[in-house]
Design a protein around this ligand. Structure first.
Ligand code: NAG
Ligand code: NAG
Ligand code: NAG
Ligand code: NAG
Ligand code: NAG
Length: 188
């Protein structure tokens, strides 16, 4: 075989190697893109802060409490597209009894942003039937309440890909009855 022919063949092989490397590289880029940017994650929702207003309660006689809570809800959207959610309610429970609810007006969390909003909930123990349990909690000086909400909506990527997602909020708060401060706020 002639030297020049050998050389030509080697050049060709080099060329194929470049093409294959290029295809592999592109495939990796597309895969990374598909697994990060295009993957739709479920947005999360939690209570960022809670302010207690006009609290009154009595642990003796017929135990009862009522107050107004200003709950700041944060909806975190990690997607590269916005999350638009519908009207819903934020419920506040004491044990398993619902003691108040507030309206969450439909809105949206922009791409890779956290949407914050305030929801006002008037809370009252009128539906609580476990008087002993209520008296025990109120006498202890703190009251444990739970705030839950289910924000149903859609994540839209690049105006064309849409997927239904629901952000769930489930937070436990401890209200200090003397200072009127919320001292513990834990979200699932
Ligand atoms: C709490 O209830 C007791 C017994 O019913 C009553 O004597 C007391 O005045 C009440 N306290 C307040 C602050 O309302
Ligand atoms: C959502 O709530 C707003 C404010 O209360 C109301 O005006 C609107 O009609 C509601 N939208 C739907 C779809 O229920
Ligand atoms: C919610 O209310 C709190 C307390 O009043 C305030 O500091 C906060 O800026 C409000 N957040 C929004 C998003 O309006
Ligand atoms: C809040 O309460 C309403 C009315 O009872 C109920 O339909 C809704 O499912 C509750 N939301 C959550 C998240 O539990
Ligand atoms: C909230 O979290 C608690 C603790 O994990 C769980 O027992 C409860 O069922 C949850 N509530 C909702 C409405 O998801």
């Amino acid at each position: 075989m002639l030297e020049s022919e050998k050389y030509k063949r080697m050049q060709n092989m080099k060329c194929y190697a470049y093409i294959i490397a290029g295809v592999v590289f592109q495939t990796i880029i597309i895969l990374v893109f598909a697994l990060t940017v295009m993957r739709i994650k479920t947005p999360s929702a939690r209570l960022r802060s809670v302010t207690v207003q006009s609290l009154n309660y009595n642990a003796s006689g017929v135990p009862h409490f009522n107050m107004r809570l200003i709950m700041e809800i944060a909806v975190k959207n990690k997607n590269f597209g916005h999350f638009r959610f519908d009207n819903t309610t934020a419920n506040v429970t004491f044990g398993s009894v619902m003691v108040g609810d507030g309206e969450i007006v439909k809105s949206r969390a922009r791409a890779r942003k956290t949407k914050r909003m305030n929801v006002t909930v008037d809370v009252s123990s009128s539906a609580v039937s476990d008087e002993d349990g209520l008296r025990t909690q109120l006498s202890s000086g703190t009251l444990t309440l739970t705030g839950v909400a289910r924000l149903r909506g859609k994540v839209t990527l690049m105006k064309l890909m849409k997927k239904r997602k629901t952000a769930e909020m489930n937070c436990t708060m401890t209200v200090n009855l003397n200072s009127h401060a919320v001292q513990d706020l834990d979200c699932e």
